[in-house]
Ligand binder design. Structure first.
Ligand SMILES: Nc1ncnc2c1ncn2[C@@H]1O[C@H](COP(=O)(O)OP(=O)(O)O)[C@@H](O)[C@H]1O
Ligand SMILES: [Mg+2]
Length: 236
């Protein structure tokens, strides 16, 4: 279990009597992207939110760089190095782009990182012309870039991303892929939840398939059986 940036073991997430995640285990190595694919309702968001401390777990452990953070809340996990790009584009619409980025910095103030606000703007130069605008005035694609930028400020060790390409144009989907590849090369681990197999194939070193809350397959993106396994998971 050493060497993993994020380790999930036997995670169980329930909502009242409904269990959305049934004992899922896998690891995200340092400086790598691991994908979780699955149909709507498979439990992807529940898994990611439980990893981030946004949803309580009924069972299992979450470890960040070897430290058990299962009992810690989302803010403590953020300080310990977990960043989130949540489902939908959760920016503060009434705040400027600059202030949205600065708020990202407060979560992880204690750590040093190349991803200062300026460092993030170097990674995402498309945000620079809009710093003074309120985030609500940005296009959907720009808001997604801002959500990614805000999560990166401070330099998380592990970034949790929930369908970051959802609703984006093909050009912006490629841009998000490029950003994920770049940040993993620069040392950030990424846990990526996706509906699009091609995105996961482009950026992940390992892909897990979630079906009704259980892992039903794990492979490398190059595995020729991946498409078929995923199709089975979507159809059954
Ligand atoms: N807050 C909630 N309360 C009750 N049930 C929920 C809640 N969030 C998700 N679920 C249920 O948990 C299951 C998994 O949902 P989710 O994790 O959102 O899946 P995915 O992200 O793969 O679409 C679904 O059956 C969904 O209806
Ligand atoms: Mg979801």
């Amino acid at each position: 279990m050493t060497g993993a940036a994020l380790s999930l073991s036997e995670l169980v997430v329930s909502y009242g009597g409904i269990t959305a995640v049934h004992g899922v285990s896998f690891e995200v190595p340092e400086a790598a992207c691991v994908g979780v694919l699955g149909a709507n309702g498979a439990g992807k968001t529940s898994l990611l939110r439980a990893a981030g401390g946004l949803e309580p777990v009924r069972g299992g452990r979450v470890r960040l760089n070897g430290t058990d953070v299962t009992g810690k809340d989302a803010a403590a996990r953020a300080r310990a190095g977990l960043g989130h790009v949540l489902e939908g584009r959760r920016v503060f619409p009434g705040l400027s782009v600059r202030d949205n980025l600065a708020l990202g910095a407060t979560a992880v103030r204690a750590r040093s990182s190349k991803y200062t606000v300026d460092g993030v703007l170097a990674l995402l130069p498309e945000l620079a012309p809009h710093l003074g605008k309120v985030a609500g005035a940005l296009s959907g694609g720009q808001q997604q870039m801002l959500a990614i930028g805000r999560a990166l400020v401070g330099g998380p060790r592990v970034l949790l991303m929930d369908e970051p390409t959802n609703g984006l144009s093909p050009a912006l989907v490629n841009r998000v892929e490029e950003i994920i590849v770049r940040i993993t090369e620069e040392g950030t681990a990424v846990l990526l939840v996706e509906q699009r197999l091609e995105v996961a194939k482009a950026v992940c070193s390992r892909v897990h398939i979630l079906q009704r809350g259980r892992l039903v397959g794990s492979s490398t993106p190059a595995d020729p059986d991946l498409d078929r396994d995923l199709q089975d998971a979507y159809l059954s």
